[in-house]
Design a protein around this ligand. Structure first.
Ligand code: TYD
Length: 222
């Protein structure tokens, strides 16, 4: 998988950044902080999330997150996540990038590879094959992986209120999620920036900013 800076017609597409990590690592906060920083530089990014990010995909999100941890089989989860992704990519992500707008997405392809493929036991191959049409060539240029010990993330999350179906899965599942993300990052070091997430949010935001500045030096040049 390589970055997709141009479409099939060779036109430039705006940068696409994704935020990934286990439960409670602070993705949403960091996505917001990065968006604010970009706005201070005159760049107005689209902030979005998966599963969700479009009306139809948000409806699928509600199905996915409700119920007992084993409510859906991993394979059913995969089809649901991809049903949501197909809509979100076609109606939100691709049009924004084509129009020159930066896209910041809270979770994307790597969550599927990890939650359904690795921790969920379906394997990376099946996930890659099934998700290709939904992704439609919209691969992230940069993926910020926020890494935190599992207990720390789950403790942060439980302080924030009642969790979703995924947060209630057993500790072993969450350990596999963390290892799975680190494994994917090691396979594609040029796309991933792995950022330790135990530091205060401002420190984490600064590290993320360095990674973004390095990767998009040309796009950010005045
Ligand atoms: P999210 O709202 O990001 O949860 P949190 O902010 O609590 O980390 O994501 C909801 C859940 O959906 C999350 O537990 C992971 C799961 N998920 C998958 O299992 N597969 C996927 O492809 C995606 C995008 C998310």
């Amino acid at each position: 998988m390589s970055c997709s800076e141009t479409d099939e017609g060779g036109r430039r597409r705006a940068p696409f950044l994704t935020f990934e990590g286990g439960e409670g690592v602070g993705k949403s906060t960091q996505l917001r902080l990065l968006a604010r920083r970009l706005r201070s530089l005159g760049i107005d990014p689209l902030e979005t999330r998966e599963p969700g990010g479009s009306p139809a995909a948000e409806a699928v999100r509600r199905l996915l997150l409700a119920g007992a941890p084993d409510h859906w089989l991993p394979l059913s989860e995969l089809y649901l996540v991809l049903a949501a992704r197909a809509d979100h990519v076609a109606r939100v992500v691709a049009p924004a990038r084509a129009a020159g707008r930066w896209v910041l997405c809270d979770r994307y392809v790597d969550s599927t590879r990890v939650y359904q493929g690795l921790a969920g036991g379906l394997g990376l191959d099946l996930v890659e094959r099934l998700q290709r049409p939904a992704v439609a060539g919209e691969w992230p240029d940069l993926t910020i992986l926020l890494d935190l010990p599992v207990e720390e993330g789950l403790a942060r999350r439980s302080r924030a209120g009642p969790g979703s179906r995924f947060e209630d899965k057993d500790p072993d599942f969450h350990a596999q999620v963390r290892q799975g993300f680190l494994h994917l990052a090691a396979l594609e070091p040029q796309r991933f920036a792995v950022i330790p997430a135990s530091e205060p949010p401002e420190t984490v935001a600064e590290r993320i900013w360095h990674a973004v500045r390095d990767r998009f030096a040309r796009e950010l040049a005045p």
